[in-house]
Design a protein around this ligand. Sequence first.
Ligand code: NZQ
Ligand code: ZN
Length: 388
Amino acid sequence: MLNFTHDIPTKLHFGKGAIEHLAPALDAFGKNVLLAYGGGSVKRSGLYDTILDILRDGNFKVTELDGIEPNPRIESVERGVELCGQNGIDVILAVGGGSTIDCGKAVATGIFWEGDLWDMVTSRHGQLRALPIVDVLTIAATGSEFDGGGVISNMALSQKVGNSYTYPAVSICDPTYTFTVPAYQTAAGSADIMSHVFEGYFSRTMDSDLSDGIAEAILKSVMRNCPTALANPEDYEARANLMADSSVACSGIPEYGKQSTGWPCHAMEHQLSAFYDITHGVGLAILTPRWMRHILAKDATTLPRFVRFARNVMGLDGDDELSLAHAAIDALEDYLTSTGIPMALTELGIGREHFAEMTARANRGGRLDNAFVPLTDEDIEQILEACL
Ligand code: NZQ
Ligand code: ZN
């Protein structure tokens, strides 16, 4: 088990009615609020009206940053920074999913960034000065509500880049706000949660019992609760479990004491989204079983980890370890297929034409050198081919 330091400065209010914490949370920072949200789901669900009522009752002054795209664009960040500057914003309130929260985080730091904002997204900067950000989460997926990262896209350059910005000061996580999440996004978000766990679970560090136990619990919870939420979108227990899974999966907790892997499936998926603007979790669902088969075939020392996954997560048993490992990957693929999302790139109209560029970018800077099985450009291209 490796040394680690962990600091999550986010206060997370979880559960039905957690919105009662919104006004006091904002009040701690001031009265001038930038309300950021996406393409309209918050208006359709009624959450927008609820929040405006709270803001009106609390005498807050509201400036709106609307229309933040899934896979949020640099242009939305630029728009938000401009609005903050023009209106003397004290605090950012992001209401939505990972895209809205990520954009809000980049706006929060962008207001203090001197120079081109795309440089902020792409540079290796240290800790950034930031406006405080409060969020109201509406979809269980990325964990942006409980981490300091964000992912911003520049479609003109076909680039999608993850970086660290700032942690939310306060996250309000009421599972009832996820009742309206469509089946496709519920399944995609659940696949994203699982991938956040896989990225750390399949690491070279084998003796971190706490992290591995938490990781296995999250994976089982997602596979139990996602089908329930798909069958009954208003099942509170299922939505609540998925929301809690989302926050912990990407928080770093399931990686306590483990060697960082560079997150290979995310490195590859961000290229798919950058070139084709696909839903993040769908790209991950397609990649994950193919990546697993590839590394298992490439490096036999991975076998014990796959056997553990088969037994502890997929509930399989048997004496032939290689068959067991393959059965677990097949079962995972079957599970993901059963959630109704596309499981091949061709279903999304994606061919191999950009594979070479994607491969070079996914592996830039030797990012995947410390992966569970380090991936060469050739490996990545083979994995992408297997996804067609
Ligand atoms: O835009 P609106 O109209 O709000 O609709 C959204 C969007 O179309 C809809 N939605 C969200 N909540 C809803 C709802 N529809 C009905 N009812 C609700 N309650 O769902 C769609 C997807 O929303 P989005 O915010 O894009 O989803 P998600 O939370 O999956 O975020 C994805 C983005 O986060 C990044 C991804 O790469 C992607 O850009 N990630 C961020 C991470 C982080 N900050 O730590 C880590 C992740 O690995 C990920 O890369
Ligand atoms: Zn993710």
